[in-house]
Structure formats: C-alpha cells, structure tokens
Design a protein around this ligand. Structure first.
Ligand code: HEM
Length: 398
C-alpha cells in the first residue's frame, strides 16, 4: 500500500505520468505497515512456456471475456493486438501499471492476477491455419442445451482471475482500452468462488447448490495433470504446452432445487452435502464404491447419479475442471432465486476425445439435469505462454 502525500494536486499530477514517475518524484511513500497487505501483493508469473491460469490454484474472482475481431482483421491485426495485450498483462500481473494506465493505484495489488488468452476458430485460422485442431468448433448439439448466442462463441478469450474483485475490474478495463480499436466485446461472464481466508486453503469449493465441487480433479504438478491437460503421454495437445478450454454457462434452478429434500439431493450426485463424501464412504477424498448395494439390493450410488455418469473408466477421457459460480444481481422476480449457475470451465488436451464423451453420457442420463440447463458454450485453443519481450501466441507466428 502506498500513501498519497501532497494532497489533490499531487495525485492529479501523477495520474498523467504514471506510477513509476510518481514514485521517482516522491509523490508516494511506502506504508510502513506494508506486511499486512502481503496477500494483495502475491503474484503469479506471467512469462513461461505455459500460460498461467490453467494449473494455477483458482483465485476467488474470475471474468471470462469473449471478444470478436472487427471485420477485415488480418494476421497483422492479431499480432499487434496480442503484443499490446500481453504487455498489459505482463505488467498488471506483476503489480505494475501498464502504459496509459490513468488509475495506476489500482495496479498495485495484483492479488495473484492471471490473464489467460484463448483463440477461437477465427483467430487461430488467421494465426496458424495449418495448426487448427478438429475440435476447435462449436460443440455437438446436446439435448439438454438451450444455448443463447449472447453467451456463446467468440474469437478471442480473456480469462482474468484474481483474489480481489477490484483487481479483476481494473485489469479488464486496461485490456479493453487496448482491444477496443480492433475488437468488440461479445460477452462478459463473471464468476466467484470462496474468498481467501473464508475456508481452509486448498480445499474444494462449494457451488450454489451447496455441493462440494471439484473433489475428483487431476492435481497440477502430477503426471495425471500433464496427460489430461497437456497431452503428455495421452491425447497429444494441438501444440506443445498448449491446451483447450471448454466454457459452459450452466443455469441452476434453485427454486425447484429448494423443493428437494437432503437425501434426494445427495442421491442425485452420489455424495453427501455435509462434506462431499461419497454415499459409500466417510470422507471427501475416499474412493466411491460403485458396486455397493443398500439393504433392498439397489446400488447405494444410483445409476443416474452425477458422479457415476461423469466418471470415466477410461483415463484418456478425463478433464481438469476449474469452475466458478455466477449470480447475476437483479435478475429474476423478487423472492425467486434469479439468474444463478456455474461457469463450468474445463481444460483438456483434446476436446473431442475428453470433454465430449463425458458430456454425451451426462446428456443421456444425469439426475442433475433436472435442475441444470446449459445456456452458453464456447471452445478455445489455449496457446503456449511466452518469454519476456514476447507475446502470447508468438511461437505460432514464426
Ligand atoms: C463431479 C456438480 C456439470 C463433469 C461433480 C461433483 C459435483 C458436481 C457436486 C462431485 C464432486 C467433485 O468431484 O467435484 C456439478 C454441477 C454441474 C456440473 C452443479 C452443473 C451446474 C458438469 C459437467 C461436466 C461435469 C457439464 C462435464 C461435461 C464432472 C466430473 C466429475 C464431476 C468429470 C468427477 C467425477 C468423478 O468422480 O470421477 N460435479 N457438475 N460436471 N463432474 Fe460435475
């Protein structure tokens, strides 16, 4: 935290020249009690062979932004856009104000900010047509889908995540400033998880059904994660250190969920609501026993339970989930639950071989479908990261 010294005149003067020159001019002095703010100063590296925001422990707040290129955009337009947005992201994620930031104070607390770029079909065709994977297209139609254009598709994705909502908002604005001459915003989808400090760190989150969500998920740093997300020793990724993002906006009907009692709610997923333990076990991370039968001879975890239907016995079909809750204020009628749901984000090396078979099974049978409706859908190719001085996707231009 930096304290402004010198009153309104000093603050006005620095807004034009930026934080660095303001520091040099002595307009700020460091807070002697800065340690209290250590959390806000936490950073996640921007540069590296892979983009941050995929294997990064999910931050509390996310904004997924779909941009569309203006008509007539060329490969050069995309190169210039990615260059400037990468520069902005490189600065912001490290707590530095990017060029032209008129609120540099808002860049001071990066709060583990990550900005992850994804390419839709149009951008990838312009950048590297020959590398375009087959799966980079709209997903097949599922019978549960009620998709709306306003939440679907897009040429370029910005996934902006941080532990502080203010940080996300400022980063988004700075990126928009530099993107507006060549793109238009197609959609913005904001999501949230538990705030840091509100639950034990590193645990699974809860979604708005109250369920523990994210239990069975490949952990970053493991061989399983490498295989699932980056195709090492499994479905090969479309490009080394690249991956794919599927983003589904799934509305959750809390009003009809309210009509269901706890045993029926637990039966629909196959896990307990109190702690996320499988109905055959006593703790969250215990393996479910899908063969176990109850006193009447029926399976304890029902045939239609979400974890039975989404589980795959086929390791190459796994996915890495990194979901966020959404709750749009003011939507709906007073007293009703409104527009709430899950921004279901999954990373995998190959969408057709991993995500699609799971979603197909859930489309055929999944008790959770009673209360959930996919209303948005988008697929992006996530390019590798870049080194200092480079830009995200630059390896594809060479
Ligand atoms: C597991 C909720 C949509 C794939 C779970 C679990 C919950 C849950 C509570 C159990 C805990 C866990 O392992 O995370 C939901 C809700 C959804 C939703 C509320 C929609 C609003 C989806 C979709 C997919 C999916 C669209 C993929 C197409 C999975 C997988 C697991 C899982 C792979 C782990 C299964 C295993 O135990 O191996 N989900 N889910 N879910 N879900 Fe979902």
């Amino acid at each position: 935290r930096l304290l402004a010294a010198g009153g309104a005149a000093g603050v006005g003067a620095v807004s034009a020249v930026g934080l660095e020159s303001a520091r040099r001019a002595g307009a700020f002095r460091p807070d002697p009690d800065a340690d209290r703010w250590a959390h806000g100063r936490d950073t996640v590296a921007f540069h590296g062979p892979r983009q941050a925001g995929v294997g990064t422990t999910p931050q509390a707040f996310a904004s997924f932004v779909g941009l569309d290129l203006h008509a007539g955009a060329t490969r050069d337009t995309v190169r210039r856009l990615l260059t400037v947005l990468s520069d902005d992201a490189a600065a912001l994620t490290q707590g530095r104000a990017p060029l032209g930031d008129q609120e540099p104070w808002l860049a001071q607390n990066p709060s583990r900010l990550t900005v992850t770029f994804g390419f839709g079909p149009r951008v990838l065709a312009l950048v590297a047509g020959d590398l375009r994977p087959d799966w980079l297209r709209p997903l097949p139609r599922f019978s549960v889908d009620r998709l709306e254009d306003r939440w679907s598709g897009g040429d370029l994705l910005l996934q902006i995540c941080a532990e502080d909502r203010l940080t996300v908002s400022h980063a988004q604005r700075m990126l928009f400033k530099d993107a507006r001459s060549t793109t238009a915003v197609r959609w913005i989808q904001e999501g949230f998880r538990h705030t840091v400090g509100s639950t034990a760190s590193g645990g699974s989150m809860r979604n708005l059904f109250g369920q523990v969500d994210g239990t069975v998920n490949p952990a970053p740093g493991t061989e399983e994660f490498e295989r699932v997300v980056y195709g090492r020793g499994g479905c090969p990724a479309w490009v080394e250190d690249g991956t794919a993002l599927v983003l589904r906006r799934i509305a959750m009907d809390l009003d009809t969920w309210d009509e269901v009692d706890t045993p029926a709610r637990e039966d629909s997923v196959g896990r307990r609501l109190t702690d996320g333990a499988p109905l055959t076990g006593s703790s969250e991370h215990e393996e479910p026993d899908f063969a176990a039968k109850g006193p009447l001879g029926f399976p304890v975890i029902a045939g239609y339970a979400h974890i039975r239907r989404s589980r795959t016995g086929n390791p190459p079909e796994q996915i890495h989930r990194r979901a966020y809750n959404y709750d749009v204020p003011g939507a709906g009628v007073p007293g009703a639950a409104g527009d709430v749901g899950l921004l279901f984000a999954s990373y995998q090396a190959d969408v057709d071989r991993q995500f699609v078979p799971i979603q197909q099974r859930l489309d055929e049978l999944d008790m959770l479908n009673t209360w959930t409706t996919p209303v948005g859908s988008a697929v992006f190719a996530v390019p590798p990261g870049c080194t200092e001085g480079g830009f995200v996707g630059d390896v594809l231009f060479d």
